[in-house]
Design a protein around this ligand. Structure first.
Ligand code: F6R
Length: 243
């Protein structure tokens, strides 16, 4: 595992965007796995700036979703499909035909999860998976004590995570779905390159457990230690508890 410490979130965004730009230079139809949430926004903004300036052509890139709410219609503004369309696909000039994601409205959610794992494999696998991290060490929505071998599956959100996400639903926790589909940790580990970005002092304990703690299900992100090509990009506040 490589750990890169950058001064601030903007520098982290630029560094990860540059890694994506180089990948797209080598492989224009690369499959990029993307996370939602606040942390990756500087990455998407920096990559979109490279597209606007003509430095990068992302039009043939493909985008794979990490997780999705269960039961929110795909066109709901806070479905992760909608969020990624707004924050990633449109700014990068990628059409929805380049988008891979699980069906959060499927009647048979378990079948939809298995189908998504197959879709990722049939697409050739994720080339670069960008991850954020929860304050409790979760990646995707694999909360603490998720199996490190888990596949894409339905999970129940903790009350804490629902409360954290209420900010996207007019501050009303009751509007936050109870269930999500998330790529499993085993699924995530199949990506060829994992890039975890963590910024802000609130992530310092989780980063220390991820990088220096034991590989353990209590800190799902610690599974990155098992991956042959994992890069952890942290700003100085998030690195504060590294030895
Ligand atoms: C979202 C996701 C989550 C977030 C994590 C951190 O797709 O996979 O694991 O990355 O909850 O969220 P932020 O970046 O908002 O602190």
């Amino acid at each position: 595992m490589e750990v890169v410490i950058v001064p601030d979130a903007a520098a982290g965004g630029e560094l990860v965007a540059e890694a994506m730009a180089q990948l797209l230079g080598r492989r224009p139809d690369a499959l990029l796995g993307v996370a939602t949430g606040s942390t990756p926004l500087p990455v998407y903004e920096a990559l979109a700036a490279k597209v606007r300036s003509g430095a990068v052509d992302a039009s043939r890139a493909r985008i794979a979703q990490l997780d999705e709410y269960v039961g929110l219609p795909a066109d709901h503004p806070e479905s992760y499909r909608s969020v990624l369309r707004r924050e990633v696909l449109e700014p990068l000039g990628i059409g929805m035909d380049g988008f891979l994601g699980p069906d959060g409205t499927a009647e048979d959610v378990r079948a939809a999860c298995a189908a998504y794992d197959r879709t990722l494999a049939e697409a050739g696998g994720v080339d670069l998976q960008l991850l954020g991290i929860g304050t409790d060490g979760h990646i995707g929505f694999n909360e603490p004590c998720s199996s490190l071998a888990s596949r894409t599956r339905i999970k129940t959100l903790t009350q804490q995570t629902r409360a954290d996400n209420a900010r996207f639903f007019d501050g009303d926790v009751d509007q936050v779905p109870h269930h999500v589909i998330t790529q499993g940790i085993g699924t995530i580990l199949e990506a060829r390159h994992l890039v975890l970005l963590a910024t802000g002092e609130g992530k310092a304990d989780a980063v220390a457990a991820t990088v220096e703690g034991p590989v353990a299900a209590v800190c799902p992100a610690s599974a990155l230690q098992l991956h042959p090509h994992a890069t952890v990009v942290v700003d100085e506040p998030a690195a504060a508890k590294l030895k």
